[in-house]
Ligand binder design. Structure first.
Ligand code: GUN
Ligand code: FE
Length: 428
């Protein structure tokens, strides 16, 4: 089939040196890794005689998509009719997450969770579990079973939520440590330290989080930052000594280059500077920001500042409304349009693959088709529906094809998803 893999961030739509494209390409996969990538003739000459071959012509073969922020226990929260973030959390989300104390329920939803990711071409995701250890156990056990590279953590939350969703600073610390020792590095699992957000953690819990971050400096940290105006006001009331929302996390040592901050819509210049200096990542969740009416994320202006902020892109299921990274980048594009900014299709596909891999500091393993990488791969069909096929008749260039896939594509455009070299979508 045709191969597309990014080498670096594209400068503009004509930046053909930012990616590798093979119109007649091949990949050789062994033991879950890509061991050759390039022109079909050259790659097939290296293949052993007993190699099994799969022909994906005329489709487009890319590194599997990476979703940098979503909530495993919110599969049944999607499409909840709320006015804003805090109402949505209190009315729908918190009650639903209470159900994950039951391991039967957590296991059943975990099966559906990975099915949906794979159906949508997502091979790595960074997830929040519920406060219950049972939810993290179900999340990581299922990832291990499917041999997927996943990042996740039990949320720590000890106030401003129903009783069934509260831990304590000690419990959050102990259970997170337990989850790290049971799951981190097992299969392709990565544990992330996950304080939900400042509203639901007391200063004592933030201190416990800081202790975890010090003990495990290589782990990712994930939380929410600056999503909604009422959220920001309430947060700053809870931490009056901090100069702004970002400073709360900084005061507890949580502003570093392994920290992934969901949303970051309403940052001040000072906050963006602080994020940039720390190397923290702002994770854009476009369908969620629109669905909850949270605001317009200034992606392009954050990325081109004098002090640029590292960017990730994500679905934020269940505040987000689609599992598809194609749908997600379509909405990201429209948000930049409202700001008079252009997000070109090369940049979009870079973001979903190598860009997110870099923002996760995992680009040596995922996000490209480079030799030595994990064989996590998506195969795309830009003529997946009658309307797409009709438009494809007049599409002439690769960027046009990518843009069509992003604008009209969803799970129907995913021909196959390979996880560690194994066809996973067709196996569902
Ligand atoms: N802030 C704190 N928790 C959440 C959550 O579950 N979803 C979103 N979108 N924002 C949050
Ligand atoms: Fe979120």
């Amino acid at each position: 089939g045709r191969l597309l893999s990014f080498l670096r961030a594209p400068q503009d739509l004509g930046d053909t040196r930012s990616y590798l494209y093979e119109s007649d390409g091949g990949l050789l996969i062994k033991d879950g890794l890509i061991i050759a990538c390039g022109a079909y003739d050259k790659v097939s000459a290296q293949a052993p005689a007993d190699a099994r071959s799969v022909d994906h012509r005329p489709h487009l073969i890319m590194p599997g998509f990476i979703d940098m922020h979503l909530h495993f226990p919110q599969m049944q929260v999607i499409a909840s009719y709320a006015a804003n973030l805090l109402e949505w959390l209190n009315t729908y989300t918190f009650p639903e997450e209470c159900r994950f104390v039951e391991s039967d329920h957590a296991q059943r939803i975990a099966g559906h969770f990975y099915d949906e990711l794979v159906r949508h071409g997502t091979t790595t995701a960074v997830a929040y579990c519920s406060v219950h250890k049972t939810s993290a156990d179900a999340f990581f056990a299922e990832a291990l079973k499917r041999n997927m590279r996943m990042v996740g953590g039990k949320v720590m939350m000890d106030r401003n939520a129903p009783q069934g969703l509260l831990d304590t600073p000690q419990m959050g610390y102990d259970e997170t440590r337990q989850i790290i020792s049971e799951w981190h590095g097992k299969g392709r699992n990565h544990v992330a330290i996950t304080p939900r957000f400042a509203i639901t953690s007391t200063p004592a819990q933030m201190e416990a989080t800081q202790a975890l971050a010090r003990e495990f400096p290589d782990l990712h940290i994930q939380t929410h930052l600056s999503e909604n105006h009422d959220e920001i006001t309430f947060t700053c009331e809870l931490y009056p000594e901090a100069i702004d929302y970002t400073d709360i996390y900084a005061r507890y040592g949580l502003l570093g280059d392994k920290t992934l901050f969901g949303h970051c819509i309403h940052l001040s210049d000072r906050e963006a500077d602080a994020m940039s200096e720390a190397g923290s990542v702002a994770v854009h969740c476009p369908t969620s920001n629109l669905f909850l009416g949270s605001g317009i994320f200034p992606l392009k202006s954050l990325a081109r500042r004098q002090k640029p902020v590292r960017i990730g892109v994500a679905t934020d299921i269940g505040g987000g409304s689609s599992y598809s990274m194609l749908r997600t980048m379509d909405e990201a594009y429209k948000i930049q349009q409202l700001l008079g900014e252009r997000l070109n299709p090369l940049e979009s596909y870079y973001c979903m693959t190598l860009g997110n891999a870099r923002s996760l500091s995992l680009a040596d393993r995922i996000g490209t088709l480079d030799v030595g990488s994990d064989a996590d791969i998506v195969v795309l069909n830009a003529a997946a529906t009658p309307a797409m096929a009709l438009k494809m008749e007049v599409v002439k260039t690769l960027p046009e094809e990518l843009f069509l896939l992003q604008t009209m594509g969803d799970d129907r455009a995913i021909v196959e998803t390979y996880v560690a070299g194994v066809a996973a979508k067709s196996a569902i």
